[in-house]
Design a protein around this ligand. Structure first.
Ligand code: ADE
Length: 241
């Protein structure tokens, strides 16, 4: 997959994209990830990417021309079907199923929205997939883009060592994850549940599944209802790992 990001804050991406799974995915060619400075597509000597809004009011609006020209250039370079994303609080709410949908695209271009947003003509012209990562306001779309890219790249074949681990993720199954334990067996009087030490994989699977169901029911009733309506025939203890 190729991913291009358009931003005026290129340096913000250095940490998250140069560590751990994303770093390895880039090095092994699972993803061709490039961060571009939008100022490279400006024509004035101040490299302006935004301006005051018509009608008055606080906050700057991102100019249409640099954004549209940048996207057109990147589309030409990649020569494949592109999916354009604009990060904005006005977008559809992001979740795991949107991440899965995006992971099946061959080329993503992410526009990091800023200030009071982008000139509406960018939206009319490019018809981007407007995405919000939640009902709160960030200082800019950069963090939202990082969240999207991180969650999409880990779904790409070859990004995570064990695909089983990805398939077991909460939200993929429709349930929250069960509790997990590692060494030692006992710490400050707190013991690892006996069943996990039993070696009985069927029982372990049942226990994990029941814990996941119980957690989801308690913590996220709306997710649980959705799960129940999606898998009406699923019995506790079945389908567990
Ligand atoms: N820009 C500012 N806040 C945002 C949000 N919640 N999601 C996506 N982009 C944003």
């Amino acid at each position: 997959m190729r991913i291009d990001i358009l931003t005026t804050f290129v340096e913000m991406f250095a940490g998250p994209f140069d560590e751990s799974i994303i770093k390895r995915a880039r090095e092994s060619g699972v993803v061709d990830l490039r961060v571009h400075n939008l100022r490279d597509w400006t024509h004035d000597r101040h490299h302006k990417t935004d301006d005051e809004q018509y009608g008055g009011g606080d906050g700057m609006v991102m100019l249409a021309a640099p954004l549209i020209e940048a996207v057109e250039d990147l589309q030409r370079q990649a020569a494949t079907v592109t999916h354009i994303i604009l990060t904005t609080p006005q977008g559809r709410i992001y979740n795991q199923s949107v991440a899965e949908e995006l992971s099946r695209k061959s080329h993503l271009i992410l526009i990091c929205g800023h200030y009071k947003g982008v000139d509406q003509r960018v939206i009319e012209y490019l018809k981007p997939d407007e995405i919000s990562i939640g009902d709160y306001i960030l200082t800019g779309g950069e963090l939202a883009s990082m969240v999207i890219v991180d969650s999409v790249v880990r779904l790409l074949p070859g990004a995570v060592n064990s695909m089983g681990s990805v398939e077991e993720d909460s939200f993929t199954s429709g349930l929250l994850d069960c509790p997990r334990y590692t060494r030692p067996r006992e710490w400050r009087g707190m013991k690892v549940p006996e069943v996990l030490l039993s070696g009985n994989h069927a029982e372990i699977g049942k226990w994990r599944f029941n814990q996941a169901v119980e957690r989801t029911r308690e913590r996220r009733p709306e997710l649980y209802r959705l799960y129940e309506s999606t898998f009406p025939l699923r019995k506790e203890g079945k389908g567990a790992r």
